[in-house]
Write a protein that binds this ligand. Sequence first.
Ligand code: ADP
Ligand code: MG
Length: 396
Amino acid sequence: MNIHEYQAKQVLKGFGAPVAEGVPITSADQAEAAAKQLPGPLYVVKSQIHAGGRGKGKFKELPADAKGGVRLAFSIEDVVKNAKEMLGNTLVTAQTGEAGKQVNRLYIEDGADIARELYCSLLVDRQYGRVAFVVSTEGGMDIEAVAHDTPEKIQTIVIDPATGVTEADVAAINAAYGLTGDAAEDGKSLFPALYKAFVEKDMAMLEVNPLIVMENGRLRVLDAKVSFDGNALFRHEDMRALRDETEEDAKEIEASKWDLAYVSLDGNIGCMVNGAGLAMATMDIIKLYGKEPANFCDVGGGAGKEKVAAAFKIITADPNVQGILVNIFGGIMKCDVIAEGVVAAVKEVGLKVPLVVRLEGTNAELGKKILNESGLTIQAADDLDDAAQKIVAAVG
Ligand code: ADP
Ligand code: MG
């Protein structure tokens, strides 16, 4: 689960991290009152969407030379003017995809005098099985580009869970950034605070880009992106309350209600599978034969007919889906149950695109019989290669 920047900053502030004052607003009428609560004379108007790259983003409805999704404002009137221009419009950034995201909320924030922009993130380093700080002096930029072009400018500092962030860890992070004086002093409290927030709130990722050194030599968290480990959300009611469903894929929300793993992708073949391994293999083989998956829905081990039908409906609801591949290995899952679910869903919502089904394993013959006798136009496939070739050919 992701949250907005302004929420992430509230959470981090609770752990003692230095953040700017700011006020979230949802309508331009609130802009003036919001700005009046801040010291000025520099304000920043920041689009709140669940995607990064907002500063360099472009609004679809505005001329190409209009400013992006994070704007400096030099007076209260300027804040109001920008808020009117931004709210309700669609921001397209490197992370939103072409469709962009509608900006329904702005964060009016105190402007900072920036001396340096740094990059700091925390994540679980899978190689070490520990939480690690990923730090770089190249803040405010696209970190993927830094990793690609100048990987030597990124350092990883792995934290021992038994000790937490030690003085030596802080010294290593400060040294990686070249921080001295007040900034290095601020680091002594900030880096342990970020670690504490990450661990206590079961975050999957915490990214501060940029972390800034201000002209006065102090550190400040200028941007914050947080995502939580979905498996731990049950024990964080306060974090669950920050969920903004309007930012999420409606199909993924529907899937989570059915306890289905649904992932939306960019291609045009919808995939219903059971098990993560088979999902990966199915996507690989579709790509091998020259097409891209539009999504995959993993119905898991022991789904019933209703759950299978729900999965099928979610897959067909995606307008990009031009064909569907059902690839099921019946182990615990029974192929006849899959077949019944597919038939029930098609009877309810219809079938406007080609459907290829490959069933193997428990009750596979019975499953095929149910499909054959259903009167639906379904292409049966014998194995994974055959299935992928058939759906790719059908989609054309
Ligand atoms: P994004 O990463 O989505 O583009 P950021 O919050 O990182 O959004 O903002 C982009 C840039 O805007 C920052 O790198 C910084 O230069 C500037 N900026 C953001 N917030 C402030 C602020 N409060 N004061 C001054 N500049 C800011
Ligand atoms: Mg940023």
